[in-house]
Design a protein. Structure first.
Length: 135
């Protein structure tokens, strides 16, 4: 139960961890992306919001590789019941190393940029189950 809100920069940045758990957290209304999880192995993010981020950073790389919501690189991770909505750039972005990731009952909607979800290089599988992606 963590709330990170109204930062002038990124809401949170977590690198090189195992067994990470976020439940009922919000990373909303931050100046740059809501949260960055990099090289995370095993974990779960449940019932979290990553909404209305990248309000200040929007002029930097918004439409090419920019992320407003969650920037993720990791393995064996589950996103369940999360929202990535109304961010100024993509709602969810993964770059090199997305492997064995499940998105279940999630929503990615009304994000600016070239679509709500961007998977650049992944080893898979990345499964979206019972989720909504609305551009």
């Amino acid at each position: 139960n963590v709330t990170v809100r109204n930062n002038r920069s990124i809401g949170a940045s977590i690198w090189w961890v195992r067994n990470l758990t976020f439940r009922n957290c919000s990373f909303d209304d931050n100046g740059n992306k809501g949260i960055r999880l990099s090289f995370v192995r095993e974990g779960v993010m449940e019932n979290c919001t990553v909404n209305r981020n990248n309000r200040i950073g929007r002029r930097f790389d918004t439409f090419l590789h920019g992320t407003g919501g969650l920037d993720f690189t990791g393995q064996n991770f589950v996103f369940r019941g999360c929202t990535f909505n109304d961010n100024f750039a993509r709602g969810f972005r993964s770059d090199y190393g997305l492997e064995d990731v499940l998105f279940e009952d999630c929503e990615v909607a009304r994000n600016a940029g070239q679509g709500g979800v961007f998977h650049e290089i992944e080893f898979g599988p990345a499964v979206w189950r019972h989720s909504r992606i609305i551009d």
